[in-house]
Ligand binder design. Structure first.
Ligand SMILES: O=C(O)CCC(=O)C(=O)O
Length: 352
């Protein structure tokens, strides 16, 4: 018999979900987590020897050509020797695991309040406003970290020593690295180094720690459905379990976790600003039956009122603007309201 459908309100904490599952002997999933057949994680492609996921050494004398190639071929890449202390990456993962492994009554003291809108700060398990979408097999903690007037560490867990200090330091380091990468990306298209940073304006940075509990039927569910990120650039770290896949040439490629590396993911506003020279990366997270997995994604986004459009220096008579101008807040509302469905939201801005 199928287990009862979990309540749709937020958050749906893990113990409740596991309880529901244990009633069914952990062999079935509640129907609300079962992906339609076409979206299930059936086929993985890991390039054995041919073109594999790019890794760029940021300490090399000029990483620009490699960045140009990775951005145009993949929309995502690993960076190493990026200047963020490996000890900080480790500490960030460690405080994240400690939070999710804490008793539920501690965690729910910091639950997000989705009545204030999507991407509310705090602990939750459900991303979209719509009630009819398949649920992700994921719990998360969303931190609002920039601009500084959005950063209120008292809203972050107080029961793990140095949690707030680690997230603060991590936010600062990610801002620094994102700016450096955006400068290289701008220059790789012969734009002024500060072009994308200036076009984004006051950066809105959110840090989402995702925790994917073991799933009894990883063949039927997804940790996080296929999507491209909305803003300019995402910097992601993960543990050694693996599960992040990026879509390349219609094939899902499973990334091999690389210790101390950071995954750089181009997001939709960068695709628009580069007039499609660089595409945002569609990615998703798989789950597995044996091990919990943790990732930390840092989003570098424009403010909601910012207008984003293709960079004028890239537009010529031969290369016309391919995207309509969009106010970032409108784009975000459509993404959360309708669901990402891969890249449907940015595709709607394409000029035919
Ligand atoms: O967990 C992952 O590897 C992916 C996370 C992600 O895509 C996101 O937080 O938007």
């Amino acid at each position: 018999m199928e287990a009862a459908t979990p309540p749709l309100h937020l958050p749906l904490p893990l113990p409740q979900r596991v309880q529901i599952l244990s009633q069914s002997g952990l062999s079935n999933l509640p129907s609300s987590y079962i992906q339609p057949p076409s979206l299930r994680p059936h086929s993985h492609y890991v390039a054995p020897s041919g073109p594999s996921f790019p890794t760029i050494d940021l300490s090399s004398s000029d990483p620009t050509p490699q960045v140009r190639r990775a951005c145009s071929e993949w929309g995502a890449f690993h960076v190493i020797n990026h200047g963020v202390p490996p000890s900080l990456l480790k500490e960030m993962r460690s405080v994240g695991v400690k939070f999710f492994e804490s008793p539920m009554e501690q965690k729910t003291r910091f639950s997000c309040d989705l009545t204030v809108g999507p991407a509310a700060q705090g602990y939750g398990s459900r991303m979209l406003a719509r009630d009819d979408t398949v649920l992700d097999w994921r719990d998360y903690f969303d931190h609002h970290t920039l601009p500084l007037d959005r950063r209120h560490p008292t809203k972050w867990p107080d029961f793990i020593s140095n949690y707030r200090e680690v997230v603060t330091q991590y936010s600062n380091e990610m801002e620094r690295l994102a700016k450096r990468l955006l400068s290289i990306i701008s220059q790789s298209l012969n734009l002024p180094p500060s072009y994308i940073e200036d076009a984004v304006g006051d950066v809105y940075q959110n840090i989402t720690v995702s925790f994917y509990p073991p799933c009894p039927r990883p063949d039927l569910a997804l940790g996080l459905q296929a999507h491209s990120d909305m803003g300019a650039i995402t910097l992601l770290i993960q543990d050694d379990v693996g599960g992040l896949e990026v879509l390349k040439d219609d094939q899902w490629v499973l990334l091999q976790p690389l210790e101390d590396a950071i995954v750089v993911i181009l997001a939709d506003m960068t695709e628009i600003m580069t007039n499609g020279a660089y595409k945002s990366s569609v990615h998703r997270a798989l789950v597995n039956a044996n091990k919990a997995r943790l990732s930390v994604a840092t989003f570098y986004d424009p403010s909601k009122v910012r207008k984003i459009y293709p960079a004028p220096p890239l537009i010529t008579a031969e290369n016309r603007a391919k995207y309509k101008e969009v106010v970032y807040g409108d784009f975000v509302n459509s993404w959360y309201g309708q669901g990402p469905e891969g890249k449907r939201n940015i595709d709607a801005l394409l000029i035919q």
